[in-house]
Design a protein around this ligand. Structure first.
Ligand code: SF4
Ligand code: SF4
Length: 426
């Protein structure tokens, strides 16, 4: 186990005595020992406001405070991405300010350049923003479909270029992150080009278990994206989830569920306030996943799955839908609604549809034309169009949808005006 990060020069307090000791796991074939909790860097104050290099004092203070607290807790792995707007720049400032020796933490960043030249330019810009001369882990960000997989791994393309940078010592290990379907993740793993994978896998989303297992067989590091938010909005669980997981918190239960898989190395958590640490650190349990007590909770947590009427097994046999409806994902929200009263989570995720491109593809269930194509393909004989519409009526947030449309129309108008002015100048 690596030694604790030394106290930063600003003299921050040591971990609260009740904080369990951090645990470290080998990040697959990278051989790096990293903390089982990663500091995810996408949520700092005003961090998404462009331009990326303009750093308000509040953002810097937020990043420094949180990074210091993370180091104090024994976290030695930081994750960011070019796509997280100011995040790399904020870490560049914060890490210099904290004066932490470079060999006491590992830095992961990500990007999705489409060709060789873009890759070289992007990595150079990222190193400059982070004020580092090498990156421990570089992930191709968002292998979310076959087209993106091909773009990433084509001959002479981005991943090959990352390997050239690796030979020069600029990047130590290459991986990918994905929000894509299981078959695409497995294909990416099977290229044998990657040392680690960042993916979704939680108690409430176990569809990617074969990818976790395949990655383990290939000795890749496995990094879990957003277990507390995408994993179920676990900081504000439904009353039913709170009751079922007692005496653990929902976050503790899910964190331990994930860490009970030996293939999984680390869980990324987007801390951005000091009070986020205590409940997250409480998942640690001296490496004992699951204890007898945790197993009792596990049994209680699984019980509702047996009682959901019209349970969708997420087998995917009904796909593709001609209207591009992600049937299993929408019926997953329905399962969670009926089994666990997870309405907040369902609304949060469902209303992301049609707004995130390949990061969360598919149309709302209201696009169903009742063509019936899916019905004979479902081994559970589910009345899919009816279940979809019921779910839509419960989860769709009309006001949020209208606001989003207004925002995107406003952005398009603004862009058109800007284009007009710039063409005037020409
Ligand atoms: S019935 Fe609806 S969900 Fe099923 S395939 Fe047709 S459009 Fe898609
Ligand atoms: S075929 Fe049926 S059980 Fe399988 S994912 Fe589709 S709706 Fe769910």
């Amino acid at each position: 186990m690596p030694s604790q990060i030394p106290s930063p020069k600003s003299g921050a307090p040591n971990p609260a005595p009740q904080s369990p000791p951090m645990e470290y796991r080998r990040f697959g074939k990278t051989e790096a020992m990293i903390s089982v909790i990663t500091l995810g860097g996408m949520r700092y104050a005003q961090g998404w406001n462009p331009p990326r290099h303009h750093l308000p004092k509040a953002s810097i203070a937020n990043c420094i405070g949180v990074t210091r607290r993370a180091f104090d807790a024994g976290i030695n792995h930081i994750e960011t991405a070019f796509g997280y707007m100011k995040s790399e720049h904020l870490y560049g400032v914060a890490l210099k300010e904290l004066g932490v020796p470079r060999n006491r933490y590992r830095m992961m960043t990500k990007g999705n350049p489409k060709n060789r030249d873009e890759t070289l330019r992007l990595v150079e810009a990222q190193l400059k923003a982070l004020r580092l001369d090498y990156l421990d882990f570089y992930g191709w960000h968002g292998i979310n479909n076959r087209e993106l997989l091909e773009t990433a791994v084509k001959r002479g393309g981005p991943v090959e270029t990352l390997y050239r940078l690796r030979e020069q010592g600029v990047i130590r290990h290459i991986g990918f992150s994905t929000h894509g379907p299981l078959d695409v993740i497995l294909s990416a793993i099977d290229t044998d080009l990657f040392h680690f994978v960042n993916l979704h896998y939680y108690f409430f989303f176990q569809k990617n278990l074969p990818a976790v297992e395949r990655a383990g067989q290939k000795d890749m590091g496995v990094f879990i994206i957003s277990p507390n938010e995408k994993g179920g909005l676990l900081w504000k669980p439904s009353e039913k989830v709170r009751r079922l997981s007692h005496p653990l918190t929902a976050m503790q239960y899910n964190g331990r569920f994930c860490l009970s898989h030996p293939q999984i190395t680390t869980l990324s958590m987007g801390f951005h306030e000091p009070e986020h640490f205590a409940p997250a650190l409480a998942i640690l349990n001296g490496g004992n996943y699951f204890s007898p007590q945790d197993r009792q909770v596990d049994e209680r947590m699984r019980a509702p799955l047996q009682t959901i009427p019209g349970f969708c097994t997420y087998c995917n046999d009904c796909l593709p839908c001609p209207e591009d409806i992600n049937i299993p994902e929408i019926l997953r929200f329905r399962n969670l609604l009926l089994g666990y009263d997870m309405k907040d989570y369902g609304r949060f995720r469902y209303n992301m549809l049609e707004g995130k491109g390949h990061w969360f593809p598919g149309h709302f269930a209201s696009a169903c034309t009742q063509c019936g194509d899916c019905l004979p393909k479902c081994p559970e004989k589910l009345d899919i169009p009816r279940l979809l519409m019921e779910t839509h009526r419960t989860l769709f947030d009309r006001r949020a949808y209208i606001q989003r449309k207004i925002r995107s129309t406003g952005a398009k108008i603004l862009k058109t005006v800007k284009d007009c002015f710039s063409s005037d100048k020409r």
